[in-house]
Design a protein around this ligand. Sequence first.
Ligand SMILES: *Cc1c(COP(=O)(O)O)cnc(C)c1O
Length: 387
Amino acid sequence: MAEPGARRPRIVFDPDALGHNTARLAASCTAHGISFAAVTKATGGNPRIARLMLANGADMLADSRLANIARLRRAGIEAPVMLLRAPAMGEIAEAARLADICLLSEPGTISRLARARAALGHRLEVVLMVDLGDLREGVPAAGLPHLVRLVAAMDNVDIVGLGSNLACNLGVLPDRDNMAALAAMARQVQARIGRPLRYLSAGNSSALPLMLEGGLPPEINHLRLGESLLLGRETAHGRHLPGMRDDCFAVVAQVIETHSKSPPAQARCAPNALGRRPGLPRAGPRRLAVLNIGAVDCEIGGLRPDDSALRVMGYSSDHMILDTTDAENAPAVGDEIRLWPDYHALATGMTSPYLAQVGEDATGPSGARMAARRDSRCLPTTRKAVR
Ligand SMILES: *Cc1c(COP(=O)(O)O)cnc(C)c1O
């Protein structure tokens, strides 16, 4: 059976590699006394990927968007799901229905959600978020005692955890000091509510380097991990994590034109189609290949050709232009080019209506393994080799 969209620009993922990454990270986290929620937002809540993560050691799922959680539920996934971003007014009923645990710090939202949960016959489980300096979500540390008092007095709410998120807005990193401060705050919250917290949820994939060097206080028992599972790297320094696969996802596009061209020696330039001023490239003639993928399909600047002899010369809404002059075998029209996405390209690619999504593994419909991927064909239905 032909893979749907096999010749369209597509994003392919390798279930074996994703399963491997989840199991590997679960083992490291367990060794440090940590459980984790697998964050599905960069996959648009893809149920197949969510199931793989649950089967390989994730205790629960987490997503920032209700539409993604709804997709997981429609697919029949009943595992606990954390809502990472506070619901907006108008989303309260839906959040109450879809999420098991919510990361929140606005008392008004908490009390509305508690009422909506009560109407469904459930209690609201909340992880109170405290801001350790990244200035995104969370109450400032000084406001935490007051928030705890308010929430503890509300009907139908259980404070089940304390959480924090770093490295997303200002890029403030988790370190021994702010993690120790978080642990101290958790002790204060426990003293105030008179029972232990189930989760001290210290952060995202940026906390992994500190965890691996043993720098997280023992009280911290939970992380929310996305990029590390999907791309095999931590996000504090963007380094590859040992033993993790960095080839779980690839974007594949086709060469639709090739020409040898020279840039004009001189030209008056305005901002290009994307409002950028890339400047004139190296003098020619250069051998160029135009691909059928552009900024409308995904975050095009976040794609890197697998073949390092291919250099991204430019892109616009619907095209990517590669300089193939240095490649041994120049790609021809009809050839497919494999590109590695960064996190932003992955997230936009997996939610793009223009990119087909194909899971490739030994048992999948394609029958192809990505194991020998670098120089192999992408799919059996593809006549020309994927570069
Ligand atoms: C996206 C998100 C995460 C996961 O971040 P990664 O860097 O992908 O691990 C964790 N927590 C919150 C609150 C998030 O929004």
